[in-house]
Design a protein around this ligand. Structure first.
Ligand SMILES: [Zn+2]
Length: 527
């Protein structure tokens, strides 16, 4: 915004609206030149040390080994300070999060979000979900798409989804050039080109963070060899969904010989490919060896890739996940899986401590996909934050076989901050009361929230909108404001106490106008 814009925007605006337009410009972007426009009608806004302060929460930041009550201050999209007793007055907006957990923004490192119109398809099709509808409300600020696109259609995915989502979307390229879909697409050995996949990955460092092989039914090692070739070219890990169990390519050999340290084995509690020892129920032969070699093990819950009959004995034997992820897509999100936090709840119900569960959704996945700028609350780090409530009660959690495990904790996301701004707020903790005039924090809302800000504080109108608005009286406000800026609730805005009888006007019900419709009419006559 520049001063020319204000002149245009103010033409035909009411004084109040114009004052607001000018205020917005006066705040300007940080350090903007020429931002010293006419002062606002109210007192000039005080320069605060921080944009946002989350006060009084219990911080769990596994990377920094913090597990204690701390305040978290954010400035310009970065974590500015994590400490005890940061004054509430030091931030434009302070939100009290006492009694809640404050963690780094969660990372779901196995999702399918290359959504589109193709039928029965993960690559631009209706099996994939739109990320923002399923992430921010769960505290998830970053997802890794696990191979929905291959090198042939990755750029379409980037243009259509990655660049247009509020969620940070990273991707693993499918070793199949055409990506992931129904039918024979993923069995097409001709389309598994490690070199082309590696080259595409090199073109988008920091966005393409891995290579994926999935759902292969054949006896050959070819998909895995080509995936590793691509990963080696681009210096990124491969993630393996090991497809059908084949005696020609035993799991032990994949984990002990083929995969490189740092590669990722997903669907670790699927139980279909030898993850579980058929005698003891504990981890299969290759699992410990793989872990010793530095292979990472990821949950990838999916539709049927997570079973309590596998997870419980493996976890009892000490084989816990490196990362907890959903493998969310349209076929599983209303089944046992549901979402990231429900997946986390299952691990609490199986006895993992909350701190470990948080580590598996923050710092661990960041390390696995080599994006170590994410997943922690170090001062100077990207300010992605989840504020979580842990409810206690009697809950049931359903696995990929449709079986239930009872548990006593359910995590709910209260607030999500991405890049230093609120992007989700379940209970309006960051919002001002509806019947009071917006305070100074709301006037600088662009600095601390991406959510809608109270009426009267949205962007200035263009001249056409302003001319139209001028023809109508201003919108009724539920408060009056005195000279000092203090708001008083108008009588009409005062709610009756809950349970009080609201007077109902004595108006007779309308007479039926078509009690006898013609016999052939539609809709059919009411009885
Ligand atoms: Zn998947």
């Amino acid at each position: 915004m520049n001063s020319k814009f204000v002149v245009r925007a103010c033409a035909g605006l009411s004084l109040a609206a114009c004052t607001f337009a000018t205020q917005l410009v006066a705040q300007g972007p940080p350090n903007a030149a020429g931002s010293s426009a006419a002062p606002a009608a109210n007192a000039p806004m005080e320069e605060k040390q921080y944009d946002l302060l989350l006060k009084g929460g219990h911080v769990i930041d596994p990377k920094n080994n913090v597990d204690a009550v701390r305040d978290v201050a954010i400035k310009d999209g970065k974590i500015a300070k994590v400490a005890v007793g940061i004054p509430a007055t030091s931030a434009i907006k302070t939100v009290n999060v006492t009694g809640l957990y404050v963690t780094p923004g969660l990372i779901d490192m196995h999702v399918h979000v290359f959504w589109g119109l193709t039928k029965d398809d993960y690559a631009g099709g209706d099996w994939a979900i739109m990320p923002d509808g399923f992430t921010l409300r769960d505290g998830v600020t970053t997802v890794v798409d696990a191979g929905s696109a291959g090198w042939r259609n990755f750029e379409t995915f980037k243009e259509r989804v990655i660049d247009r989502s509020q969620t940070r979307v990273l991707a693993e390229l499918n070793i199949v050039g055409a990506g992931m879909g129904s039918g024979q697409i993923e069995q097409n050995k001709e389309d598994m080109d490690g070199e082309k996949t590696g080259e595409m990955a090199l073109k988008y460092p920091g966005i393409v963070v891995g290579v994926k092989s999935a759902h292969f039914t054949g006896p050959e090692w070819l998909p895995y060899d080509q995936a590793i070739k691509a990963g080696t070219i681009a210096h990124i890990p491969v993630m393996i969904d090991y497809g059908s169990r084949r005696p020609e390519r035993p799991l032990d050999q994949l984990l002990e010989n083929k995969l490189r340290p740092g590669d990722i084995y997903t669907h670790m509690y699927g139980g279909n490919r030898g993850e579980q020892d058929s005698e003891t129920g504990g981890p299969g032969k290759g699992m410990w060896e793989g872990r010793k070699r530095g292979i990472y093990f990821d949950v990838g819950h999916g539709q049927s890739s997570f079973l309590f009959s596998v997870a419980v004995p493996l976890i009892k034997a000490g084989f816990i996940p490196d990362s907890i992820s959903t493998d969310i897509h349209t076929d599983n999100l209303n089944e046992g899986l549901k979402d990231q936090l429900t997946t986390a709840d299952k691990f609490l119900a199986m006895g993992l401590p909350l701190k470990e569960v948080i580590a598996e959704m923050t710092w661990h996945p960041a390390v696995e996909v080599q994006q170590v700028q994410l997943g922690h609350l170090t001062e100077g780090a990207i300010a992605d934050v989840a504020v979580l409530n842990v409810h206690h009660g009697d809950y049931g959690f359903v696995d990929g076989a449709g079986s239930v495990l009872k548990g006593h904790e359910r995590i709910e996301c209260e607030l999500t901050v991405k890049d230093g701004k609120f992007v989700y707020d379940l209970n309006g903790r960051s919002a001002p009361p509806w019947d009071q005039p917006p305070g100074p924090a709301e006037k600088q809302a662009k600095k601390w929230t991406a959510l809608r800000i109270p009426t009267g504080l949205q962007r200035p109108m263009n001249p056409q909108q302003a001319a139209r608005a001028a023809r109508f009286p201003p919108r009724w406000q539920p408060y009056t404001v005195d000279g000092s800026g203090k708001g008083t609730v108008k009588a009409a805005a005062k709610l009756a106490p809950q349970g009080a009888k609201t007077a109902k006007p004595d108006v007779p019900p309308p007479a039926a106008t078509w009690s006898k419709p013609p016999a052939d009419s539609w809709p059919p006559a009411r009885k």
